[in-house]
Design a binder for this molecule. Structure first.
Ligand code: TRP
Length: 335
């Protein structure tokens, strides 16, 4: 990279509300690792977002540390990327408040994730769940991010972020970079092994539906053996008609680098038993080094704490600059 070109900025985050799955590795972490070479990256553990659903405090704390360990095990380099916990950078909550006064009630009412989550948790439709996208906008705008790697389900939130940035810039003067979404291609959506038309989720109550990044090789092979397919006994990529087989092919592609055409050839005339075993073994081989690394990293709590403390300090320096500008523009007294 040419030292004189200003590096473009990436920001992304994952909530620490469950053990991460192979879906996170394929859809987010793998990209995050690749992007580190070309961008100035900020990777955040979004614990403020997690409390919009009720959490067990000790578990949230534990998951936050585990998520950090997993980021590092997956290849996030804390020397070159800033790895931090959202609640350790108070500027996120501060900017979210200001932005919320520029966000319409109607705008937030249209967010599909809010509607989905309200239906799932009718007993706890809190104001934080409603203003969740504003906090996410603050996360992104504080770092003047150029690009934001997100899954499909977050696109609407990113659209709102862009609108808020433009609205604020227009009302005052240029303050925020207007970010672009960075949607990855293949494998960005790993589906449930048990219900392959829905996304694999860390909070699925059916343990066989998700492959967790902490699963042993044996567990991985068994879960894939039990994966729901169909009755045609044909290994062919067809998301609409063969979602289960297509999902396993995506996993095999990610684990081996083989194309769908190569995979179809390889298993021509073979049954689902052979196919699933091959997928299971290759996925286990793919995950194993990451998992072993993860358990090693988790042992050294002190090192993890140091990394997160330094990450939060780096993040705050950048976030504070943006927030100072915002406070000045809206008319708060600064001494
Ligand atoms: N809302 C995102 C999710 O659940 C996580 C997140 C929080 C995020 N803040 C972010 C993602 C900022 C990208 C940028 O997946």
């Amino acid at each position: 990279m040419d030292e004189t070109t200003k590096q473009k900025v990436i920001l992304s985050g994952i909530q620490p509300s469950g053990v991460l799955t192979i879906g996170h590795l394929a859809g987010a972490l793998k990209n995050w690792v690749d992007l580190q070479n070309d961008f100035r990256c900020y990777y955040m553990i979004a614990d403020l977002h997690s409390i919009t659903l009720r959490q067990v405090p000790a578990e949230l704390r534990q998951r936050t540390i585990e998520t950090a360990a997993l980021f590092i095990a997956a290849g996030i380099n804390p020397e070159t990327s800033t790895l931090f916990v959202q609640s350790q950078v108070p500027e996120h909550a501060e900017l979210a408040w200001v932005l919320s006064t520029y966000t319409g009630f109607g705008e937030l009412s249209r967010m599909t994730q809010f509607k989905d989550k309200s239906e799932k948790h009718p007993e706890n439709i809190n104001a934080g769940l409603f203003t969740y996208p504003v906090l996410m906008a603050a996360d992104i705008l504080l770092y003047q991010a150029d690009l934001v790697p997100v899954g499909d389900d977050q696109k609407q939130h990113l659209e709102l972020t862009r609108n808020l940035a433009q609205r604020f810039n227009h009302y005052y003067s240029e303050t925020f970079k207007v970010p672009e979404p960075y949607i990855s291609k293949i494998g960005s959506r790993i589906m449930s092994l048990q219900e392959p038309t829905t996304k694999m989720s860390k909070s699925d109550p059916n343990m066989n539906a998700s492959i967790f990044l902490s699963d042993s090789n044996e567990v991985i092979v068994n879960k894939i053996k039990r994966a729901v397919t169909d009755s045609d006994a044909l290994i062919k990529y067809d998301e609409a008609n063969k979602p289960g087989v297509s999902n396993l092919m995506t996993l095999y592609h990610l684990a081996t680098g083989r194309s769908f055409a190569e995979i179809e050839n390889e298993f021509e005339g073979k049954g689902y038993g052979d196919f699933k075993l091959a997928v299971g073994i290759s996925v286990a081989n793919w995950i194993a080094p990451l998992r072993d690394n993860y358990f090693e990293i988790l042992k050294d709590k002190k090192r993890l704490q140091d990394i997160l403390t330094q990450g939060a300090e780096q993040a705050r320096r950048v976030a504070r600059k943006t927030l100072d500008k915002v406070y000045k523009k809206v008319g708060f007294v600064r001494f």
